[in-house]
Design a protein around this ligand. Structure first.
Ligand SMILES: Nc1ncnc2c1ncn2[C@@H]1O[C@H](COP(=O)(O)OP(=O)(O)O)[C@@H](O)[C@H]1O
Ligand SMILES: [Mg+2]
Length: 298
């Protein structure tokens, strides 16, 4: 098979591992930087150029689209779909999962546990008090919608601090959400890696001392975890609702059970492979092998 990896950076661990896993299984792996592709849209014959050459004979695509490239990246994925090529993550699901507000709405509607969350686009002063109170008051979490790797996630200890942060973000017109702080999670969260509806690995990430964010980029540490049946079911249902072929579900362990914090459509492989010793890249290639004939529109 000829498998395209859409990735901006060939030196990334995840990109390298996917290429390696594909080549080990005898596939031709082609790395394309989605931002450097040219999409040609014409009636009946959508095609793609890279470095001045048409990209042809592709059997499957594995998108690794960073959040800053969602707009053009998802258009590239959509173009492959128009060419009737299987994509491991569908363009629609990719766009849907990148919108934190929309994702939480979909999960909540499906009855999946999420931390209580409030949004307001341009609240008046009274509304800000109301937003904070509506999620149970301070301490609370304030998150920039465009943040990743823990940057843009703030823990406000008291009402006054929360209000100042919200006002400051509003001033610079940043989109944010205000969220119930799950204190009992103790600075830990669970990453569940799902491929083709199956859990292929899970790890617990613990924040370093004095930090509530468990992101490995923020100095958190990862270890293997045995998931409870409820955690397994919650993660699988969340991914199903968002329609993602590959996903990393982040769960918080709360008093009222597992809560989905976010679902990532290009989850990194380094942390999870390192913590579990599982060949996750290989599981992704096997998923693509199973689905190559299950092409969009057929
Ligand atoms: N509502 C919350 N309650 C407790 N901890 C939280 C909450 N939201 C986020 N965190 C902590 O902060 C980290 C980063 O938050 P997250 O929403 O995943 O942002 P990012 O997309 O930047 O990773 C999480 O991994 C978790 O440890
Ligand atoms: Mg996160």
């Amino acid at each position: 098979m000829k498998i395209v990896i859409l990735s901006r950076n060939k030196s990334l661990y995840s990109t390298q591992r996917l290429i390696e896993a594909g080549e080990n299984r005898g596939h031709e792996m082609l790395l394309l930087d989605h931002m450097k592709t040219v999409l040609v849209i014409e009636q009946g014959r959508p095609h793609i150029f890279f470095n001045g050459k048409e990209v042809t004979d592709v059997n499957a695509v594995i998108p690794r689209i960073g959040s800053s490239a969602t707009f053009y990246g998802s258009a590239v994925v959509r173009q492959f779909e128009m060419m009737k090529i299987f994509t491991a993550v569908e363009s629609q699901a990719l766009v849907r999962s990148r919108d934190k507000l929309r994702s939480l709405q979909i999960l909540a509607r499906a009855g999946i546990g999420i931390p209580k969350t409030a949004f307001a686009s341009s609240p008046k002063e009274k509304d800000i008090d109301n937003v904070i109170e509506s999620i149970g008051g301070a301490p609370c979490i304030i998150k920039l919608l465009e943040g990743t790797q823990g940057i843009g996630v703030i823990l406000a200890d008291n009402h006054k601090a929360a209000k100042s942060v919200i006002e400051a973000f509003m001033k610079i017109k940043a989109n944010m959400l205000v969220q119930e702080f799950i204190k009992e999670a103790g600075g830990a969260d669970i990453r569940v890696f799902i491929v083709d509806g199956q859990i292929v690995g899970a790890m617990k990430r613990q924040a370093k001392d004095g930090e509530f964010r468990s992101n490995l980029h923020r100095g958190g540490s990862a270890s293997v975890i045995q998931l409870s049946p409820e955690e397994r079911a919650t993660a699988i249902k969340a991914v199903k609702k968002l329609g993602l072929g590959i996903a990393g579900v982040d769960l918080l362990q709360s008093k009222r059970g597992p809560l989905v914090m976010e679902v990532n459509s290009s989850p990194g492989l380094e942390g999870i492979e390192g913590a579990t010793g599982i060949d996750i890249a290989g599981k992704i290639i096997e998923y693509v092998e199973r689905n190559e004939f299950n092409k969009p529109g057929e």
